[in-house]
Write a protein that binds this ligand. Structure first.
Ligand code: NAI
Length: 452
């Protein structure tokens, strides 16, 4: 009898296993390895990690090509996709070994097979039945492929999994969906001089990201040659040709070498036996409370499968909360300060409420905005591109509710704002914090003095 059986070894599952091990609990981790590798899930095998490696390669190439302004010129600058692909795979293998090591260190038993719940406390995998006092479901999500005629089973249409397996980059990539994945790949391909066309059904890119920030990245990508068709509806696909109606309802088509489908993700709730024990779920995911508990006692769920943030860092937090509650420590998963990043060049990083969201929720706010091109370090290290920082505070008490930033290293800086929101810091207290100089993060501090 295990203390906990964990289904799925992504950033929710393996972190949960580690936490359980740290508490001296007997944990069993069951993972099918269907993301083409070992533990680590989408994050390590086809998401967060490989894309960051590829994006860094593309950014380095772009910097080498445009270094003249900093006194650096180089001839014959080349982007060798084979080299970065190999480096990325080596990096994935190294991190994968790290996770294996963590499992060993924490005495977690790992079964590499598809697991299925077959009854209260019972999971079947690889022909065996395992029993656990608690169950944690972390089966994640997969790319959602919309029912567009000619899309399914089209060898030229790939998702975030297929694009990483390409032996060479497409010369012309058509991306369906300008959410996080679509925009990051547009940035990667455009940075190395490939042609990119994006077809998005909404009138803006990057989903819920602040309108102005999303527009700034769109403009930056357009300057690099990316074509965006927004408010467009894809009608059919024939081979490598994508047909769509544009915002004026005119029929258009684009012929590319490959089509990247980045239209969101579907939760992995099928064929894992949820029905056998009556776990409540729907198309959006398994329903959990803020303790990561499902409706069934001793059954928890964490990560993408719960259909909440679909972010690796949220998954790990939810998993930690699940393990704490399972073994006697009450903990809650708060969601008001979950940072989100779009790793374009430059990066977008956001945490907390946007102006749009505050308005929608009827929350009375004050805001401030500051361009980055008044910041010394930013000007020293960039060509002064248009970047901005926005701060949102509560109108009555001045508590920090949101911070939105576009600029280099934004992903590294946003954590400070997450701490401020989590600690319910007021803007006057934030002003008392000393930030390093010269540093781009100073802008997050300076902006506080302009709240109106
Ligand atoms: P997404 O939900 O971010 O964006 C999907 C986009 O596709 C939306 O803008 C939607 O309007 C559009 N769309 C849907 N159907 C369409 C159609 N038929 N024609 C044209 N456009 C269509 O989903 P995405 O980009 O696939 O990412 C999946 C998840 O992975 C997200 O939840 C995201 O948070 C996560 N992720 C996070 C990353 C990060 O933290 N940096 C990186 C990559 C993914």
């Amino acid at each position: 009898m295990y203390d906990v059986i964990i289904l799925g070894g992504g950033p929710a599952g393996y972190v949960a296993a580690e936490r359980a091990g740290e508490l001296g609990k007997k944990a069993l981790l069951i993972d099918s390895g269907e993301h083409g590798g070992g533990l680590g899930g989408v994050c390590l095998n086809s998401g967060c990690i490989p894309t960051k490696s590829m994006l860094f390669g593309a950014k380095t190439y772009d910097h080498a090509k445009h270094g003249a302004v900093f006194g650096v010129t180089a001839e014959n600058v080349k982007f060798d996709y084979t080299v970065i692909k190999k480096r990325t795979e080596e990096l994935q293998a190294k991190l994968g070994k790290g996770i294996e090591g963590l499992m060993k260190m924490n005495k977690v038993e790992v079964v590499r097979a598809r697991g299925k719940i077959v009854g209260k406390n019972k999971v079947e995998a690889d022909g065996k039945t395992y029993e656990g006092a608690n169950l944690l479901i972390c089966t994640g999500s997969r790319p959602m492929v919309p029912p567009i005629p000619g899309l399914r089973d089209n060898v030229n249409a790939i998702t975030n999994e297929g694009i990483l397996k390409l032996e060479k980059m497409a010369e012309h990539l058509c991306i369906i969906g300008a959410g996080v994945i679509g925009t990051e790949y547009a940035s990667l391909y455009a940075n190395v001089g490939k042609k990119v066309t994006v077809v998005e059904m909404l009138p803006k890119i990057c989903g819920a990201v602040d309108k102005e920030l999303a527009k700034t990245v769109q403009k930056k990508l357009e300057d690099r040659g990316v074509t965006f068709h927004l408010s467009a509806k894809v009608t059919k696909i024939e081979g490598t040709k994508v047909f769509f109606t544009d915002k004026k309802d005119a029929e258009q088509s684009v012929e590319a070498d490959k089509i990247l489908v980045a239209t969101g993700r579907a939760v992995n709730t099928a064929e894992i036996g949820l029905e056998s024990i009556g776990v409540d779920f729907d198309r959006a995911g398994i329903k959990v409370n803020d303790k990561a508990q499902t409706n069934v006692p001793n059954v928890y769920a964490a990560g993408d499968v719960t259909g909440r943030w679909q972010l690796a860092h949220f998954a790990s937090r939810q998993a930690t909360v699940a393990i704490s509650n399972m073994f006697g420590k009450t903990e809650y998963c708060r969601e008001k300060a979950i940072p989100s990043v779009v790793y374009t060049d430059p990066e977008i990083a956001c945490v907390g409420l946007t102006e749009e969201k505050a308005e929608e929720k009827g929350i009375s706010i004050k805001t401030a905005k500051m361009p980055l091109n008044i910041n010394g370090r930013f000007l020293a290290e960039t060509d002064g591109e248009r970047c901005v920082c926005k701060l949102i505070v509560g109108a009555e008490h001045g508590e920090i509710l949101g911070l939105h930033l576009i600029g280099p290293h934004a992903s590294e800086m946003i954590a400070a704002a997450a701490v401020a929101i989590e600690s319910e810091l007021r803007v006057d207290e934030w002003k008392e914090v000393v930030f390093p100089h010269p540093a781009i993060c100073e802008v997050m501090h300076d902006v506080a003095f302009h709240v109106k």
